[in-house]
Design a protein around this ligand. Structure first.
Ligand code: UD1
Ligand code: UDP
Length: 374
């Protein structure tokens, strides 16, 4: 069985790393990895952490790229790769433009598509934009759908996907997280490295970890989040650490509004291992990231989600995530409550795992093999 895995961004890579590893270990599978390079440094960071070596690299990233560039460059680049690889299956993940364009390129070559992290929906095609449309379109193309949860599977059934083409697997991000957590637990040197690299962290102040990059926030939402962070930083008993996404639309706002605050530390995107260490160390997390919403419940960390909708209602239902939107006042009030009311914090800090058990990748590979068994 010839399998071509295609990924291009940081979250695609983190979530497909366990699948690529499982494919490499599966007998009878010839596994190829193509990276589009939709992200560059953030992608290469992940490839290195998980020891992934691409067979093809389309190198498409341009600073400030738009969606048309990403879509057309991936489509153009993948034609020859498909012709050479002649895959029985193409694996894509989630809802990035790399995933959509790769699914389309596979369809154009009559290759079957397996969709990892299928079935996430907000019901609003403009939020997240363009991801909600990307994942719906991939859902139309894919032959096999691997939703992480029963809620995601139900979304697919509602859209008419046949039961026999759906397998609930858990989210592979939990596989990736477990892998890194095991590495951290086994190697005390990692804690020493973190202590050295983050020696500037003040042990007396609680840590608020922040990420933010969604396109829907570019018209004011990100600026309101930044104003809320400035207000929170003035309390004096917290420190805010914000690994800033390199998108110029994000970087420019964050630097202009936050760089002057002494309690706010703007740092480059972190390798996955130190980022997991930062999540473990955090008192609370403020984010619009999908992956972080999935990881934080397992780590028992309260998450304030700076979006109006989420396709991950499991985290809200589990009580570890709260949807706060991008209103400055609402975010300040929610964070203040978690900082000042230990009972409110404790209620959100129960470790739960609604997104998976860490064994998703094995289920995915087993299902692919079963599908093509003679
Ligand atoms: C993309 C995905 C989004 C995902 C996010 C994860 C789409 C449409 N969006 O959004 O779903 O949540 O990745 O981070 O697929 N850049 C760098 N170096 C990097 C990565 C990005 O400099 O390693 C800068 C470049 O200027 C680039 C810009 O960020 O043009 C935007 O990158 P892009 O992949 O187009 O969008 P994201 O906002 O990262
Ligand atoms: N992440 C990381 N370094 C960082 C910030 C995030 O490794 O500095 C990880 C995070 O743990 C999660 C993934 O990147 O697994 C989320 O990626 P991102 O927020 O870029 O995309 P999204 O999940 O929103 O699609």
């Amino acid at each position: 069985m010839r399998v071509l895995t295609i990924l291009g961004t940081r979250p695609d890579a983190i979530k497909l790393a366990p699948v690529v590893q499982a494919l490499a270990a599966a007998p009878g599978v010839s596994s190829l990895l193509c990276v589009t390079g939709q992200h560059r440094r953030m992608l290469d960071q992940v490839l290195e952490v998980f020891g992934l070596v691409p067979d093809h690299d389309l190198h498409i990233m341009k600073p400030g790229q738009d969606l048309t560039h990403v879509t057309t460059a991936v489509l153009n680049g993948l034609g020859p790769v498909m012709d050479q690889a002649r895959p029985d299956w193409v694996i894509v993940q989630g809802d990035t433009t790399t995933a959509l364009a790769a699914a389309l390129a596979a369809f154009y070559r009559h290759a079957r598509v397996a969709h990892v992290e299928a079935g996430l929906r907000t019901g609003d095609i403009l939020a997240p934009w363009p991801e909600e449309m990307n994942r719906r379109l991939i859902g139309q193309i894919a032959q096999l759908h691997f939703p992480p949860t029963e809620i995601a599977a139900a979304n697919l059934r509602r859209e008419g996907i046949a039961e026999g083409r759906i397998l609930v697997t858990g989210n592979t991000v939990i596989d990736a997280l477990h892998q890194v957590a095991a590495r951290l637990d086994a190697d005390p040197g990692q804690a020493a490295r973190f202590a050295r690299d983050f020696a500037w962290l003040d042990p007396a102040r609680r840590l608020i970890l922040v990420t933010g990059h969604r396109r829907e926030s570019f018209d004011g939402g990100l600026a309101r989040i930044c104003r809320a962070l400035v207000t929170l930083a003035r309390r004096g008993d917290v420190q805010i650490v914000y690994p800033v996404h390199p998108n110029p639309r994000v970087r420019e706002v964050a630097e202009a509004m936050l760089a002057q605050s002494p309690s706010i530390h703007l740092i480059p995107p972190q390798d996955y291992v130190p980022f997991v260490q930062l999540m473990r160390r955090a008192h609370l997390i403020v984010t619009d990231s999908g992956g972080v919403q999935e990881e934080a419940p397992g780590l028992g960390k309260p998450v304030l989600v700076t979006r109006d909708t989420t396709e991950r209602p499991e985290a809200i239902a589990a009580g570890t995530a709260l949807l706060v939107g991008t209103s400055e006042d609402v975010l300040v009030a929610a964070a203040t409550r978690l900082l000042d009311d230990p009972a409110a914090h404790a209620a959100m800090a129960q470790a739960r795992n609604p997104f998976g058990d860490g064994a998703a990748a094995g289920r995915i590979v087993a299902r692919l093999l079963e599908q093509d068994a003679p």
